[in-house]
Write a protein of this length. Structure first.
Length: 337
């Protein structure tokens, strides 16, 4: 009988218990009522008293071996179950984020959408411009400071070719090709040789509007801009026009809108004035019309231009213009819709 127990121990040691079923099989074979161990215990009763100790020890070690095998198998199985299974094809797939529009694109599209209801279409203009379209045709006097090296990026050594400093050159290109009536928007990237800070960048975006027809008046300009302000900044928005100067418009004005954050009461964003400066505008200067082959005695028109970054900063409460160019996912994911 002692030999039989030793054989059983050797046998159990060899068995690998790696499934629930095998563990159950082992339990049934050894530990159940009709199992091997109970059989052995029955025989154990017949063992002579002086041999009982040795037999008892062997039987016990067989029993402990079986029990520990089952316990170990159970533990391993539980651990396996608690681990995520890479191959589980029923699990939902990884969550790939869909991209979204950049806030500059979103604001640009919204502005275009509002003006398109008034019949404005879109022309792109070009980022690399010549002096004529960027300055001369727009009635910039030869010594105007904006032509200075400090403001303008010139292409190589040719002072005639430059990166456009505003989108207004796009108006000239449209007027050269198209006869009035003209209703066009020119959105695009512009470049200025300025120190980069939280408030200004050497690359930014503008959107320009131009309307030329017979009998276009300053009242039309004001009404058009008021419509835009109410659509974009909210129905309760009020506008105010302050006299200003641009070489290509006469008269010229800056438009402020009542602060949409505090409703005009005064807050940190509007620097307690209740007003936010949002765009430049004016009646197209007769010289500009003449330069583009349009008779200023027959036609008149207005133009306006705004910075898209600035507009987006006001719309979304962004305080640092550089954020638009950082490609910071944390920042960009705020603009999902
Ligand atoms: N081009 C002007 C600027 O860059 C903005 C402007 C456009 C003003 C059209 C008046 C009319 O500041």
């Amino acid at each position: 009988m002692l030999e039989k127990i030793k054989d059983l121990i050797a046998e159990v040691e060899k068995i690998s218990v790696d499934t629930k079923e095998k563990a159950e099989e082992l339990r049934l074979k050894y530990l159940s009522k009709k199992g091997v161990l109970n059989e052995i215990f029955a025989e154990f009763k017949k063992v002579k008293p002086e041999e009982k100790k040795e037999y008892g020890q062997k039987i016990n070690s067989l029993k402990t071996l079986v029990e520990s095998k089952i316990a170990a198998a159970q533990e391993a199985l539980e651990e396996q179950l608690s681990k995520p299974n890479d191959l589980d094809i029923t699990l939902p797939g990884p969550n790939y984020n869909l991209g979204s529009h950049h806030p500059i694109t979103m604001v640009k599209n919204e502005i275009i959408e509002i003006f398109s209801r008034l019949g404005f279409t879109v022309a792109e203009g070009q980022e690399i411009e010549d002096d004529y379209h960027n300055f001369t045709a727009l009635n910039f006097p030869p010594e105007h400071p904006a032509r200075d090296m400090q403001d303008t990026f010139f292409i190589e050594t040719n002072p005639d070719i430059l990166l456009r400093t505003h989108t207004s050159g796009g108006q000239v290109r449209v007027m050269e090709k198209q006869k009035p009536p003209i209703r066009v928007l020119v959105p695009g990237r512009v470049f200025r040789n300025e120190a980069v800070s939280a408030r200004s960048h050497c690359i930014f975006h503008q959107i320009e509007g131009l309307y030329i027809d017979k009998n276009v008046s300053f009242a039309d300009l004001k009404q058009t801009l008021m419509y835009f302000a109410k659509e974009f900044y909210g129905e309760k928005t009020e506008i105010r026009l302050r006299p200003s100067y641009f070489p290509f418009t006469e008269p010229s004005a800056e438009m402020d809108v009542s602060c949409s954050i505090c409703g005009g009461k005064g807050c940190g964003i509007c620097k307690n004035s209740g007003w936010l400066e949002v765009l430049g505008c004016g009646m197209v200067h007769p010289n500009v019309l003449k330069n583009c082959g349009i008779d200023p005695n027959e036609y008149s028109g207005f133009a306006f231009g705004m910075g898209i970054e600035r507009t987006a900063m006001l719309r979304y409460g962004v305080t640092d213009i550089r954020m638009f160019f950082e490609n910071d996912m944390k920042f960009l994911s705020r603009f999902k819709y």
